[in-house]
Structures are given as structure tokens and as C-alpha cells.
Design a binder for this molecule. Structure first.
Ligand SMILES: [Cu+2]
Length: 312
């Protein structure tokens, strides 16, 4: 009775070991089964890859070639993109080295007998090595991060265009600082959660963004510009960039800022100088003159239970 039960238990254990692939490590005699097993895994991986690639549009293939990054549309993108890609390369190199060492240690120092292996400790050179190497790695990454940060945050004395960007719960206001131009007045565009606001920018012109928030922390993010800046209430900041490609680009709030955070989208239209001027004139004609910053006229939508926004 006991023998019969332990026989079944052994069979079950054996089956489980095969399931997790342990049999091929401890039972080298089963080459045939191991080969069949790895062939099967190979076929599945191949089939999945083919399936994934077959579903790809040319656009997606294009994105793969940029390792998932959006198409660059600002002068800040190359520095930021290179930092991102090179950091991944560094991480990958370290990863390959560490995985290699782990696999080497597993194979070279695998259990060969029941005798306890030789115990070693206090290897001073090795300890110094694994203390200093991480500092070196961090040092290199830190150096390049600071360099790129300084580059992308560089400001000029005389930008071509200035836009005051206000992020409010839960949309955006774009105030074009055009009082001193032919237009003679500032103009603005204000979004609501029903209407996605549009930010027009002239291509190849230096744009200064002055960003602020009247309520909570938001974050101005245009992925194609490779640039993101938090909007902190009470702490207005500025940055500059030059849009380098005409087109319509998606923008969004990148900081969870309340109930309708997900509705905080905007469109960036990078256009020719003539189209840009025509858009400003259009805003003026529609009476959207002056700049809006304050809480009172920024809160375009009220929260649940506040009345207007209720039921949405
Ligand atoms: Cu927000």
C-alpha cells in the first residue's frame, strides 16, 4: 500500500520536474526529449513573432525602427532621444554582463557531490570592485543627464514667439503674447473637457513657453517634442524649443490631476508663419482677446456635485 502510494508520488514528481524543465538538467541521458522540447519552444516563439509582425502596419514598423519613440518634431529631440537610447544600451550591456556571470556561476559551480564546497570570504579586491563600479556607472549616467538637461533647458534672450500655457482642471489655456505685434493684443484659446484646445506654433521659430497652474500640479507633455514640464501652482517656469516639423501632434497632461485628468488633451498644430498669423487673427476676430490665468475664469468645468459638471 505504502509502496504503491510512493510509486505514484514519484511518478507525479517526475512529471512535475519535466513540466518545469528540470529533467534536462539532472538527467542528461534524455537528449531526445530535450531536443524535442526546445524545438517545440522554438516553433512557438517563431509563430508568435510572425503573428506579431504580420499585424504591423508600415507606421508601426517605422516606430519599431525608432525603438518605440515618436517621430521627432523639435530641436530638443535629438539630445533627449540619444540620452534615452544610450542609457538603454548601457543598461543592456550591464544586463548582459550580469546575466552572463550568473549563468557562468550556475554552470561552473554546479553541485557535483554532497561535500560542502570550499567556503571563501573577505575578498577585499572583489569588494572594492563591486563597490566602485556602480558608482562609476552612476557617475557616467549622471554626467550625461546633466549635460543633456542643460542643453534642452537652454533659453535665448529673444524668442520669436511667446506662449503662456496655463493648465487648469481639466483643460488648457494657451495665451499668445502678441500685444507688441501687429495684432495689438494678446489672444487666447481655452479648452474644456468637451473641446480639445489647439496650440498653434510656427515651424522653425524659437518658442518660449511660460507655464503655470492655478489649481493643482499638471504636466505639459508633447511626446513628439521629447519634452515635458510640470506646472506647479505658485511656481511659474519657462522653457524654449523650436518645432522643426509641420503637422498635428498630440499633447496631454502627464500628471494625475483629478477626476477628468484623462480629458486633459490638446493638439499642437505646427504650421507655416502665414497660417500661424491667420490663426491669431481668427482668435482676435472671435473675440478671444487678452490672457487668462486666474482660477476664477480658468475653471472651465466643475467637479462632480458642483452642478455643471454633474453626471458626466
Ligand atoms: Cu492635468
Amino acid at each position: 500500500m505504502t509502496d504503491a502510494r510512493s510509486a505514484t508520488t514519484n511518478e507525479r514528481l517526475e512529471a512535475e520536474r519535466e513540466d518545469v524543465g528540470l529533467d534536462k538538467i539532472t538527467a542528461p541521458g534524455r537528449h531526445g526529449r530535450t531536443a524535442r522540447w526546445s524545438r517545440r519552444v522554438g516553433a512557438v516563439v517563431l509563430a508568435l513573432t510572425a503573428l506579431a509582425l504580420a499585424g504591423c502596419t508600415p507606421d508601426q514598423m517605422d516606430q519599431w525602427s525608432r525603438v518605440g519613440l515618436p517621430e521627432a518634431a523639435s530641436d530638443r529631440a535629438p539630445a533627449m532621444g540619444n540620452l534615452w537610447v544610450n542609457t538603454w544600451i548601457a543598461a543592456m550591456a550591464i544586463g548582459v554582463l550580469v546575466w552572463g556571470l550568473i549563468i557562468w556561476a550556475i554552470i561552473a559551480y554546479r553541485k557535483r557531490s554532497d561535500a560542502a564546497p570550499r567556503q571563501t570570504r573577505y575578498n577585499l579586491p572583489l569588494e572594492i570592485l563591486y563597490t566602485t563600479v556602480p558608482f562609476l556607472i552612476i557617475g557616467v549616467l549622471f554626467y550625461w543627464t546633466i549635460r543633456v538637461q542643460n542643453d534642452v533647458q537652454e533659453m535665448s534672450d529673444n524668442p520669436d514667439v511667446t506662449v503662456d500655457v496655463v493648465g487648469q482642471q481639466w483643460s488648457w489655456t494657451f495665451n499668445y503674447q502678441t500685444e507688441d505685434t501687429e495684432l495689438g493684443t494678446d489672444v487666447h484659446d481655452i479648452g474644456t473637457i468637451e473641446r480639445v484646445p489647439r496650440l498653434y506654433l510656427p515651424v522653425n521659430q524659437k518658442v518660449r513657453f511660460n507655464v503655470s497652474s492655478p489649481d493643482v500640479i499638471h504636466s505639459f507633455w508633447v511626446p513628439a517634442f521629447y519634452f515635458k514640464r510640470d506646472l506647479l501652482p505658485g511656481q511659474p517656469t519657462s522653457f524654449e524649443l523650436t518645432p522643426t516639423k509641420e503637422g498635428v501632434f498630440a499633447g496631454k497632461c502627464a500628471e494625475l490631476c483629478g477626476t477628468y485628468h484623462s480629458a486633459m488633451l490638446f493638439e499642437v498644430h505646427v504650421v507655416s508663419e502665414a497660417e500661424y498669423q491667420a490663426h491669431l487673427q481668427d482668435l482676435k476676430d472671435r473675440g478671444q482677446v487678452g490672457s487668462l490665468y486666474g482660477h476664477a475664469n480658468q475653471r472651465t468645468v466643475t467637479g462632480p456635485g458642483d452642478g455643471e459638471g454633474e453626471g458626466r
